[in-house]
Design a protein around this ligand. Structure first.
Ligand code: MG
Length: 167
């Protein structure tokens, strides 16, 4: 059987403000400012959700979870990811790997990187070696460098189930 691979890209940005929690990949990171959004504003989970949906040709997070819908207010973004994962699996695809970049000026994410990676892997139902999470700053430049926002960039690769190649 010819294996079929599908790549997906995801991107998200949310503003940062005092009085909000900073939640990245489902992990709460102690910080002065947190991400502002209708849900918990977890940029990493939003970008991964979009990348999964994109790879499978199933639209985007806004179509599946309209921000205008009050039921998603302060929602745990793991709900969005779980939904995308179910759709992907129903289409016969499995996650080969995910690579992510978080751009955030502060705090430094190095001490939390492994926890974020493990949390993301757990939510995706794969081992952490299939998940990569990198953190960068914006070198003080632009709105991200000034601490007004944070963003996440994600690439995923899906493969159509094939024991010989993807197990
Ligand atoms: Mg978002």
């Amino acid at each position: 059987m010819t294996p079929e691979f599908r790549s997906g890209i995801g991107y998200d940005l949310h503003r940062l403000a005092e009085g909000r929690k900073l939640i990245l990949g489902g992990v709460e990171v102690p910080a002065e400012k947190g991400l502002v959004g209708h849900s918990d504003a977890d940029i990493l989970l939003h970008a991964v959700t979009d990348a999964l949906l994109g790879a499978a040709g199933l639209g985007d997070i806004g179509q599946h979870f309209p921000p205008s819908d009050p039921q998603w207010r302060d929602a745990d973004s793991a709900v969005f990811l779980r939904h995308a994962r179910r759709l992907v699996e129903k289409s016969g695809y499995r996650l080969v790997n995910v690579d992510a970049v978080i751009v955030l000026e502060k705090p430094k994410l190095t001490p939390f990187r492994d926890a974020i990676r493990e949390s993301l892997a757990d939510k995706l139902g794969v081992s952490p070696d299939r998940v990569s999470v990198k953190a960068k700053t914006a070198e003080g430049l632009g709105p991200i460098g000034e601490g007004q926002a944070a963003e996440a960039h994600v690439v995923v690769l899906l493969g159509r189930s094939s024991e010989s190649l993807l197990s």
